[in-house]
Design a protein around this ligand. Structure first.
Ligand SMILES: NC(=O)c1ccc[n+]([C@@H]2O[C@H](COP(=O)([O-])OP(=O)(O)OC[C@H]3O[C@@H](n4cnc5c(N)ncnc54)[C@H](O)[C@@H]3O)[C@@H](O)[C@H]2O)c1
Length: 444
């Protein structure tokens, strides 16, 4: 029984255009996967929007519909795809180049569909992604002009494909590290900086700006500063647009944000956490550049400090040594191997160790996240939730939050936050797990 008032949500009617910035491994694995699912050739494994259920009401009520049946999400058959990339390869060529999906089983059967997705010229500048070259780029005198050209692309795509709504997901490379500066503080400073080609305005910011100006929600899957700046956050609130990021939480960090809350829950100490990776895809090559790695490193390092709270537990986490490495190793391609060595200590300070060796597939883990983010950001927009979507921090390594808040990194707190937000949208009570009502002492 619903106890609240459902939030008004515009229906998910008509086509939803999903524009990916970047048409590399993650984007093509996502797009191809959706098409295979639509044709009944694959299952949407890893996608909460497609496979997840949501418990409603008391445990005795037995109500647990699929999320997509509880809340109005766009249907996979209504998705249309577009992309920008400085590399001119269409989605078919890119799929083959990236080598994530099996050529014969998963790429050739949808060859024509993939060939139909050709990237628009990118707003690209090699100064921000050093290990990448591409000829499919926009030429303009200023960054402001580039942003205007992106805005035109967005309008043209919407008209050409007769879309009812759009959503943009950054699936492009990790840019060099940029610290927030004066140009990012206000919209006026940001627009002036675009006009004067200020170095602190990265291409990813131009896409975010263009999206917000065109009324399109924007999710950032890389650790780039991008829309995590006051100027764009304010613009998003003023225009009523959903934004969020940063950096898809897929492999090693997902594991880290499950294990570290476990140590804290049991009051076990952590002396050191050494994480290393070998990765051989284009992302790995880009991250081999120290300036791009620095952006990723910041994103990966932050989680332990926020979860373990060494200032509250100095005896347990005050001297924690945390190290993260990513090594480019071509033979593995997209199949990343992530090792974690964790030195923990228990009763009377006795040391113990945990070793994790995650032999994962980077884009296989990331693709369902792109789908969920596209659908949930579209939902947020239809429900008029503007600005930062912290309830979607479940998907991000380095979640954007309102000023003054520390991010919640614990995967299961994030999941609870996400599901309670869906319940709130649907007019159902939040589930607190208090549960006293099942016992005599809880009855009044
Ligand atoms: N796969 C994962 O598990 C995972 C997890 C977290 C974050 N990410 C991030 O997702 C992003 C994509 O990863 P990937 O494996 O697909 O990388 P990729 O190198 O295969 O694809 C990225 C694409 O972005 C394009 N690109 C670069 N700058 C661009 C610009 N300015 N405009 C448009 N396109 C641009 C590149 O040409 C490339 O084709 C990376 O930033 C990566 O760090 C991936």
């Amino acid at each position: 029984m619903a106890t609240g008032t459902p939030r008004p949500i515009a229906p998910a009617k008509g086509k939803l255009g999903v524009l990916c910035v970047g048409l590399g491994a993650v984007a093509t694995t996502f797009i191809a996967g959706v098409e295979l699912i639509r044709r009944g050739k694959a299952k949407p494994i890893g996608s909460l929007t497609q496979m997840g259920t949501i418990r409603l009401g008391k445990r005795t009520e037995g109500r647990a519909p699929l999320i997509k049946e509880f809340i109005p999400l766009a249907d996979l058959n209504d998705l249309v795809f577009g992309a920008w990339d400085p590399v001119p390869d269409n989605a078919y060529q890119s799929c083959l180049h990236c080598g994530v999906l099996d050529k014969h089983e998963h790429v050739e059967p949808i060859k024509e569909f993939l060939q139909g997705i050709t990237p628009m010229p990118a707003a690209f500048d090699q100064n921000y992604v050093k290990r990448l070259e591409g000829k499919n780029t926009k030429q303009a005198r200023s960054k402001k002009e580039l942003a205007e050209a992106l805005r035109k692309d967005i309008r043209d795509f919407k008209a050409k494909h007769k879309c009812d709504r759009l959503v943009i997901v950054w699936c492009a490379s990790t840019e060099i590290f940029i610290a927030p500066g004066p140009a990012h503080q206000t919209l006026a400073a940001f627009e002036k900086a675009m006009e004067t080609n200020d170095a602190s305005i990265a291409p990813s910011m131009l896409y975010a700006y263009a999206a917000i100006m065109e009324g399109v929600p924007f999710a950032n899957g890389a650790p780039n500063l991008c829309c995590d700046v006051p100027a764009l956050e304010q613009l998003a609130r003023d225009k009523g647009i959903a934004i969020g990021g940063k950096d898809f939480k897929t492999g090693q960090t997902m594991v880290k944000t499950v294990l570290s809350p476990m140590f804290k829950a049991r009051m076990l100490g952590v002396a050191g956490w050494y994480s290393t990776n070998i990765l051989g895809n284009r992302d790995g090559e880009v991250l081999d550049d120290p300036e791009s790695f620095k952006t990723k490193e910041e994103s990966k390092l932050g989680v332990l400090e926020d979860i373990l709270q060494p200032s509250l537990y100095p005896d347990l986490y005050g001297n924690l040594f945390h190290k993260v490495r990513i090594n480019y190793y071509p033979p593995r391609g997209d199949n990343k191997e992530g090792w974690d060595n964790i030195d923990i200590f228990g009763w009377c300070g006795y040391p113990m160790q945990i070793k994790v060796d995650f032999l994962c597939r980077d884009s296989i883990l990331a693709a369902p996240l792109v789908l969920d983010l596209a659908l949930f950001f579209d939902l947020a927009q239809r429900a008029q939730l503007s600005g930062i979507q912290e309830w979607l921090s479940f998907y991000f390594k380095s979640p954007q939050v309102a000023p003054g808040l520390y991010p919640e990194h614990d995967l299961f707190i994030q999941q609870t936050k996400l599901k309670n937000t869906l319940r709130w949208l649907g007019g159902e009570p939040a589930i607190t797990h208090l549960g006293v009502e099942y016992y005599e002492y809880g009855e009044k």
